[in-house]
Ligand binder design. Structure first.
Ligand code: C5P
Length: 228
């Protein structure tokens, strides 16, 4: 069954901890990005782990191969479960990143950020279309041994049907009510995303801004469960 990764995008460490205490009974993944990790560091990771959550550290590493190897190794030692890297870092960087994995860490590759459009293709000077570049980077990442790919709910269907290999499809841009998009352009409901092949649904504001976070999580879990 697909899992929920709560994008814990809040500024305040105490607020973050209170939210986690409130929802500690649910088996979900907690996604921590730069904002909170830079403030909370290892003690925050330990706090999240001690509450029993899986941890997704969203650092999107992109550097020379040896530096990324060291970063992945160091993150593995924290006992986290998922870590993001950029596929644009190149084949050697991806291979070294995979070599740095320990303790069951799963590496998730980001291909092209959804904030980019065709202008970006011109910027990096590629001959590929955006879709073809996403597919090429996704295939290369998996060949190098990464465990999963981050993609939009719309891309995931194409990736799952064009790639002849099992991988974890991690999908942000989930909305319970498709009219409430915030700053996301292309959104899908939990049910649609899972039908398209999503394995992990990254969900922030629909849970964080809801009046009753527990009820919202339960609702999403039921939606996911509908898709067998
Ligand atoms: O609040 P919301 O549900 O839009 O949060 C989505 C999360 O997924 C955020 O942490 C955002 O940075 C992340 N994300 C995204 N789109 C991507 C990759 C990551 O929204 N393409």
């Amino acid at each position: 069954m697909a899992k929920i990764a709560l994008a814990l995008d809040v500024e305040d460490l105490d607020l973050a901890k209170n939210i986690l205490r409130e929802i500690k009974d649910y088996k979900i993944i907690v996604k921590i990005g730069y904002l909170l990790f830079i403030k909370g560091g290892v003690p925050l990771i330990d706090f999240v782990k001690n509450l029993g959550f899986e941890i997704f550290l969203d650092l999107k590493l992109h550097d020379i191969p040896n530096t990324v190897y060291n970063g992945v190794r160091s993150a593995s030692e924290l006992g986290i479960d998922y870590l993001t890297i950029h596929a644009l870092g190149g084949r050697e960087m991806l291979i070294r990143a995979v070599e740095g994995k320990k303790n069951n860490l799963k590496l998730l590759a980001v291909s092209i950020l959804t904030s980019h459009s065709d202008d970006y293709l011109d910027y990096i000077g590629t001959k590929y279309s955006l879709d073809d570049l996403v597919l090429k980077l996704a295939k290369t990442s998996l060949e190098c041994g990464v465990d999963g790919l981050v993609s939009s709910a719309l891309e995931v269907k194409k990736l799952k049907s064009s790639i002849n290999k099992d991988f974890l499809a991690v999908v942000p841009g989930i909305r319970l009510d498709k009219t409430a998009k915030d700053d996301q352009n292309r959104v899908a409901t939990p049910e649609e995303a899972v039908k398209n092949g999503a394995d992990i649904l990254v969900i922030g504001r629909p849970i964080l801004k809801s009046e009753d976070k527990k009820k919202t999580i339960e609702f999403i879990l039921k939606e996911i469960d509908k898709v067998k």
